[in-house]
Design a protein around this ligand. Structure first.
Ligand SMILES: Cc1cc2nc3c(=O)[nH]c(=O)nc-3n(C[C@H](O)[C@H](O)[C@H](O)COP(=O)(O)OP(=O)(O)OC[C@H]3O[C@@H](n4cnc5c(N)ncnc54)[C@H](O)[C@@H]3O)c2cc1C
Length: 347
């Protein structure tokens, strides 16, 4: 493979400085998980008294770099080119590898999105570094040198703190929906370094002629999420959740087994291996409330559970409990909301 980075001898560790964050783009815009990385990295960089360096790859990214600067990066380091417009693991990991060799960051954070996970593992192999995946807490030790990467383990029952003492950069992926997006400060001073970089032809892979984005579902930004679990008992059950979500102006979420069974697409999955949501209202219909699901919705402001089992674990996390068959409760709720909307219109 082209340009493997040599393992870093321990005596060189002190050369490694500053915090790199990968700012993922989605449909040509800064993505929410990308902005969350700025938040996570900023806290560490400030404590370590080092620079926060946002890394961005895409086409025509100068304006986006300005945005990243306004959100708090001290330096925005970018590679741009038409052939880099869409995410591709090999060229993106090559470019980040080149940046790592040149800038020697002590830390590199990447969002644990589908593309981010793919990228992080590839960059880690190129850098001969490790990567702590899917972190929910990130901090730095008192000396400002060692990344304290925490991630749930043993079925989310405990938090493991993972340290990488001998290799650089110290890499982690961070779970989307957990870290705060910093406030935007118009006109903030920062440096911009956007380059045209030559990626070896053998790493470019197939040419993308046209990228047709799927209608994107951003569960993490939703104010209302109506989620369904195995209690739906059949894929068609999601239709009644869709109707309720439409009436409420919300989106549909799902537990993992319903996704694994192919009842609904993976974008809808809430939980440890899905997305973390923090809506004003989370409705859990036919979901038992196993810890892996709770991890993805416990930051919801209000939770309504609909479950035939009065002792379902989800009830412990719920503000309102409807102990009934969801096939009765959901259509009744949808009807009631419709009626109230019509009555309001008639007033
Ligand atoms: C490493 C790992 C990662 C995981 N990641 C995730 C994740 O990201 N997200 C996730 O969701 N899970 C995840 N899981 C799976 C998790 O452990 C549970 O198996 C899963 O959340 C259970 O899904 P469920 O609540 O839909 O199904 P069940 O546990 O089977 O619950 C179904 C519920 O429906 C109720 N019910 C049945 N019929 C009705 C009805 N007619 N009306 C109302 N209620 C009814 C039942 O009383 C029951 O409480 C993960 C597991 C592992 C090991």
């Amino acid at each position: 493979m082209v340009g493997i980075i040599n393992a870093v001898p321990p005596e060189n560790l002190d050369e490694y400085k500053n915090v790199f964050v990968f700012i993922e783009l989605r449909n040509g815009q800064l993505s929410r998980p990308g902005l969350e990385m700025i938040g996570a990295g900023m806290n560490i960089a400030r404590k370590a008294n080092e620079k926060l360096i946002g890394v961005m790859i895409g086409d025509d990214i100068s304006k986006l770099a300005e945005e990243a600067g306004a959100y708090g990066c001290d330096i925005v380091l970018g590679a741009e080119g038409k052939e880099l417009k869409e995410f591709k693991t090999m060229p993106y990991s090559y470019i980040i590898g080149e940046f790592i060799q040149e800038f020697k960051p002590n830390i590199l954070l990447i969002p644990a999105t589908r593309n981010g996970r793919d990228l992080a593992s590839r960059v880690a192999v190129r850098s001969k570094a490790g990567v702590t995946a899917d972190c929910t807490e990130l901090d730095i030790d008192m000396n400002g040198r060692i990344l304290l990467a925490k991630r749930p383990t043993y079925g989310e029952s405990t938090l493991a703190e993972i340290l990488c003492k001998k290799h650089r950069p110290q890499m982690a992926t961070a779970r989307p929906g957990i870290f705060k997006i910093p406030d935007r400060e118009e006109g903030r001073k920062f440096q911009k370094d956007i380059r045209k970089m030559k990626v070896p032809a053998e790493m470019m892979g197939k040419e993308i002629i046209e990228f047709i984005p799927k209608k994107s579902l951003d569960l993490t930004a939703a104010k209302i999420v109506v989620s369904g679990g195995l209690g739906l008992s059949k894929p068609q059950g999601f239709q009644i959740l869709d109707e309720l979500a439409n009436q409420l102006g919300g989106v549909v979420g799902a537990s993992r087994p319903t996704v694994d069974l192919g009842w609904i697409e993976r974008d809808h999955q809430v939980g440890q291996t899905g997305q973390s949501v923090r809506p004003d209202l989370y409705i859990a219909a036919g979901i038992s409330g196993k810890i892996q699901h709770i991890m993805g919705m416990k930051l919801s402001k209000n939770v309504i559970s609909i479950n035939t089992d009065p002792n379902a674990e989800i009830n412990q996390y719920s503000d309102y409990i409807i102990n009934d068959d969801l096939y009765k409760a959901i259509p009744a709720l949808t009807e009631e909301i419709k009626k109230r909307k019509e009555a309001k219109k008639a007033d």
